[in-house]
Ligand binder design. Structure first.
Ligand SMILES: NC(=O)c1ccc[n+]([C@@H]2O[C@H](COP(=O)([O-])OP(=O)(O)OC[C@H]3O[C@@H](n4cnc5c(N)ncnc54)[C@H](O)[C@@H]3O)[C@@H](O)[C@H]2O)c1
Length: 442
């Protein structure tokens, strides 16, 4: 009784031909991902942190000893199938962009230089009102947002034809846009399309990319906290076009730690009186987040995590009034090598207080690159499996997971992983694993 049999396999189209990967935003994360895939293809490094490349999945009972690699269990594209493209407001090759971002060493970049020089961004759909700290010249001009969307659709078609691709996916790796709430114009596809024609200010560039991708039959993942594809009009379009979508905001440094630790506190019923998180980082992302309106988008995303994991309404004595603060400070000398400090005030038996301090000297883009790769592979798998709309099983990768309006988002990293792996088992008609395991003791 340790598992549930789902029975039949879901029909999945074979991953034949080349898979195009389109990135709006080819900065630190985007170029670390592209250079990293090429480095792995040339045997210069290992795809560490990627579930699709290094992860395994247990099948059946523990005593069956069946634990294939995930990539042997479900039909995924291979690294050799991937072809890269994208858009940016800077007209420079991804080799130069990667050099400037300073994440990967020049010695490694030089070994993939020819390849990286061949990957150049197309002119972006960009408006400084949505990312105030940036300005660029490599930008499309159109009479309204609908016309810009059509230009992106043309780009996608050209990319598909020129590279001879059988499939394409899009992952937003662009800067964090200013905070926007869902408004009337986002509610239905009809209103949204009128808004595109009328240049509605609540339609940000990221949403124009998402609309263009979905209209072109391309699944979409969003690595930043801005809404992008997370509005009813676009989730409706994704369902209409039978396309999978997911987001938002890659779960990498400090929030990854939070979603590892907080479930542990709750599991042991340890109380929380406060969690103070501060960061210093000096990359362009840090500069963009120095603008209070971009920071607000990030802050909302980072703050929601603890409330959902700790469920103060169910455990008022432990979590009712905890104080949660998140700061991000732009500090240029650090570049991409962020330092995140957490001071956690917890309490135990009879309310006795304790403290935990974390000092995570992380590398943001090194943590994010494998997530981009997995999202590319899994979105493509989802599309070939006929899965459409919000892919909650990919919550594992996000700080603010998109989910159905009727449920709260699941933030606990371990529940997210279980959901992801059970989805893969379900696709292959394997037993879902509940971890009950009484049968070993019959
Ligand atoms: N690195 C991480 O760990 C991490 C984690 C979570 C989220 N993110 C998010 O991922 C995104 C990328 O991060 P990064 O470190 O690569 O930032 P970055 O500043 O190095 O790269 C972003 C790129 O997007 C470009 N850009 C901005 N607006 C654009 C538009 N409208 N169209 C095309 N290009 C556009 C910028 O010119 C820049 O090159 C950011 O939104 C960041 O908040 C990163």
């Amino acid at each position: 009784m340790g598992s549930t049999n789902t029975g039949e396999q879901i029909p999945i189209e074979e991953p034949q031909g080349k898979l195009g990967v389109l990135l709006p935003g080819m900065g630190a994360v985007g170029t670390s991902f592209i250079a990293g895939v090429e480095a792995v293809r040339r045997g210069l490094g290992e795809p560490i942190g990627s579930l699709t490349q290094m992860g395994t999945i247990r099948l059946g009972k523990r005593s069956d000893k069946r634990t294939p690699a995930i990539r042997d269990f479900v039909p995924l594209a291979t690294l050799d199938d991937l072809v890269f493209g994208g858009w940016d407001i800077r007209d420079e090759s991804s080799y130069h962009a990667a050099q400037e971002c300073g994440v990967l060493k020049t010695q490694l970049l030089d070994q993939v230089r020819d390849f990286m020089e061949s990957v150049r961004p197309m002119p972006a759909v960009f408006d400084q009102n949505y990312v105030r700290r940036l300005d660029g010249t490599h930008v499309k001009k159109g009479k309204n947002k609908m016309e810009l969307a059509k230009m992106l659709q043309d780009d996608i078609e050209r990319f598909r034809a020129e590279k001879g691709l059988s499939r394409v996916v899009m992952v937003w790796c662009g800067s964090t846009e200013v905070f926007l709430k869902t408004q009337d114009v986002h509610q239905t596809l009809e209103l949204f399309e009128c808004g595109l024609k009328e240049n509605h200010p609540a339609i940000a560039p990221s949403m124009i990319y998402a609309y263009a991708a979905l209209q072109s039959g391309v699944p979409v993942a969003n690595g930043a906290p801005n809404l992008m594809v997370d509005v009813p009009a676009l989730t409706e379009l994704a369902r209409q076009k039978s396309l999978p979508i997911c987001g938002k905001d890659f779960k990498t440094g400090q929030t990854l730690m939070k979603t590892i630790l907080a479930p542990g506190f709750k599991a042991r019923l340890l109380g929380l009186s406060g969690w103070f998180s501060t960061n210093i980082l000096g990359n362009r992302d840090g500069e963009v987040l120095d603008d209070p309106d971009s920071f607000k988008t990030k802050e909302e995303s980072k703050l929601s995590v603890l409330e959902h994991i700790l469920q103060p309404d169910l455990y008022p004595a432990l979590y009712k009034n905890f104080y949660h603060k998140v700061r991000i400070n732009y500090y240029p000398p650090r570049g991409d090598n962020k330092e995140g400090w957490d001071n956690i005030d917890i309490f135990g038996w009879l309310g006795y207080p304790m403290q935990i301090k974390i000092d995570f000297l992380c590398r943001d883009s090194i943590l994010a690159a494998p997530l981009v790769l997995d999202l590319v592979m899994f979105l493509d798998l989802a599309k070939r499996s006929g899965m459409r709309g919000i892919q909650e099983w990919l919550s594992f990768y996000f700080k603010s997971p998109m989910c159905a309006p009727t449920v709260y988002p699941e933030h606990d990293l371990f529940i997210q992983l279980m959901k992801l792996k059970n989805t893969l088992r379900h696709l292959r008609g394997e037993e879902l694993i509940t971890h009950l395991g009484l049968e070993y003791y019959d």
